[in-house]
Design a protein around this ligand. Structure first.
Ligand code: NAG
Ligand code: NAG
Ligand code: NAG
Ligand code: NAG
Ligand code: NAG
Ligand code: NAG
Length: 507
């Protein structure tokens, strides 16, 4: 804590160092120049307009306002303020041991600010620097699927030791351990996720590593390991929680990622660009100490729901704009319409494949569909365009169905559910999310004779009679039977009903 007093035109102009790392400038009218340790920065006029709106309100609370009336403040001109800041600069230099980590400048109520220099680090005045500097550390480790910490103030991250430091002058030393991937409790997903230690420290100089890179935007730390090789999990565990966490920053946010999978950031480039205007930093093994005014570690995910954010409608709009998709609503069939609705059949050629896809295509064409059969490649630009161009999308339960996020509203999703007591997954992963996106949902549960498992097991086998007992043997045992060894041969006569219903839903 320190204060600086400068004699100006027979009056004392003063400002205060809040804690040891914040210089708080108050009520400075017609400020043209600010110098603290070195480099000129041109502030944007627009950034300061909003201060003025708040001015009246703030005046009553402001310490400075008590010492000066409106008229006096207006009298302070260019040279007086330059003098003040040069003195403050000297003071800072003299007091350098105590202010060695000075890098946040908190500007308030500044008219016509022309120049800001902070410790040799160029800072464009932004809203975040205008708000009152506060230190904060809030961790929530009681949610079911994710642990998160939010901090404000002097926050530093050292990638190579996976340690994050947050300065809390008046709190006891404390630390938290966080794996920033939203599938807590699932060992397969969490096992290899980098563990971060978050330390709240009282003494900056002694316990915090020296900053080597400064950022003036918030940071979000998350892992792109876990199940990110799977499209459903990429959306449910990462993209959607990331959207919820970072959308509010309006691209003014730095992503710090761990456990990078080489292709992931290429696959989701469009979405990432829309959420942050900065290139993401791989913070694993990073030697530099990156410093931020605030940070969120871990992404918040709903405790029970999958593929979920508060407004899925807003999310799908966001996706359509990220990928420049044209259609916001599906075809509306009228009695006279000559246009044919487009049906996309998601084909899988390794597991859970349709074995009689040609028959399915024929049946659909007879009923008036234009039919596209396609695998879902990892090229999101291509896939999003294809899916968005369709009115009905059908597929066997699996990650390919996640691409329904690109469908236009009111389009129809048809989930074909194979054997294996998959009702809970079918409902949680695709039915509920599709409804939240204002899509129409149809489900087709296959019968035993439509599953290729009948070629592998006798009908009396527990695979048919008691899927529950196979579930009891664990995920791997379950997956190897129902997910990996099962293909689907649709009963065309029965399935035609689904197509007819889909046509009705498009009316
Ligand atoms: C932590 O998260 C859980 C689940 O989202 C929530 O119910 C709880 O209120 C949160 N706790 C705090 C202290 O915010
Ligand atoms: C906090 O931790 C630092 C470094 O580990 C130590 O020097 C200091 O004494 C601790 N303070 C308290 C109050 O425990
Ligand atoms: C975690 O990493 C180890 C070592 O590379 C590997 O053997 C193991 O299979 C990984 N676990 C998961 C769930 O990917
Ligand atoms: C459909 O066609 C009939 C006759 O061909 C016509 O009377 C009717 O107005 C048309 N309806 C629409 C909605 O275009
Ligand atoms: C699917 O089949 C195509 C050839 O038709 C092949 O190139 C591709 O690798 C296969 N996909 C998978 C996941 O095996
Ligand atoms: C994805 O597909 C688009 C359109 O076909 C193409 O321009 C782009 O290069 C592809 N991206 C990648 C990463 O392959």
């Amino acid at each position: 804590m320190g204060a600086c007093f400068v004699l100006v035109g027979g009056r004392w102009l003063w400002f205060i160092f809040e804690a040891s790392f914040v210089v708080n400038l108050r009520m400075v009218d017609e400020l043209k120049l600010v110098i603290v340790n070195g480099i000129p920065i041109e502030p944007k006029r627009s950034s300061f307009d909003m201060f003025m709106e708040k001015k009246q309100k703030m005046k009553n609370h402001d310490i400075f306002a008590r010492s000066f009336n409106q008229h006096d403040q207006k009298r302070f001109g260019y040279s007086a303020l330059v003098g003040c800041f040069i003195v403050s600069w000297c003071l800072c230099t003299v007091l350098k041991p105590y202010f060695s980590h000075l890098y946040v400048l908190n500007l308030r109520m500044v008219d016509e600010l022309k120049l800001v220099i902070v410790n040799g680090i160029p800072i464009e005045p932004k809203r975040s620097y205008v708000q009152r500097m506060e230190t904060q550390l809030v961790c929530n480790t009681s949610a079911r699927r994710s642990d998160t910490c939010e901090m404000k103030g002097d926050v530093r991250i050292q990638g190579k030791s996976s340690t994050i430091y947050v300065f809390k002058p008046n709190a006891k030393n404390a630390s938290w351990i966080i794996k920033p991937y939203a599938r807590k409790g699932d060992n397969g997903a969490m096992e290899n996720i980098t563990t971060f230690t978050i330390k709240s420290v009282q003494n900056q100089a002694k316990t915090m590593p020296k900053c080597t890179q400064f950022h003036n935007v918030p940071a979000v730390v998350f892992s792109i390991g876990g199940y990110s090789g799977n499209n459903f999990h990429s959306f449910s565990d990462i993209i959607l929680p990331l959207y919820t966490t970072s959308r509010k920053f309006n691209r003014e946010v730095q992503f710090l990622v761990v456990n990078k999978v080489s292709r992931w950031s290429i696959i989701f480039k469009e979405v990432l660009d829309k959420l942050s205007r900065f290139e993401m930093i791989n913070i694993d093994h990073e030697k530099e100490v990156h410093c931020f005014p605030s940070m969120i570690v871990g992404l918040r995910k709903d405790d029970r729901k999958e593929l979920y954010v508060d407004s899925m409608i807003d999310f799908t709009k966001f996706l359509r704009s990220s990928y420049s998709l044209e259609r916001s609503s599906a075809i509306k069939l009228t009695r006279n319409s000559t246009r044919r609705p487009r049906l996309l059949i998601i084909s899988r050629n390794e597991t859970r494949a349709f074995t009689n896809v040609n028959d399915v295509v024929l049946a659909a064409k007879e009923l008036g569909f234009e039919v596209i059969v396609s695998e879902m490649t990892p090229n999101m630009t291509q896939v999003s365009r294809l899916v968005n161009s369709c009115d009905v999308m059908m597929g066997v339960h699996g990650a390919g169905l996640t691409n329904m996020v690109f469908l236009p509203e009111n389009a129809v999703v048809v989930q074909v559910v194979p054997l294996g007591n998959m009702n809970w997954m079918a409902k949680t992963f695709y039915e509920e999310p599709s409804k939240a996106m204002r899509l129409k949902y149809l489900e087709y549960k296959i019968r035993e004779e439509e599953s290729t498992l009948i070629d592998q097991y006798p009908l009396s086998h527990q695979v048919f009679k008691d899927p529950h007992s196979i579930q009891g043997k664990g995920w791997e045992a379950y997956k190897s039977v129902y997910m990996d060894k099962q293909n689907v041969k649709l009963d065309i006569i029965r399935f035609r009903e689904i197509f007819s219903k889909a046509l009705e839903l498009l009316q």
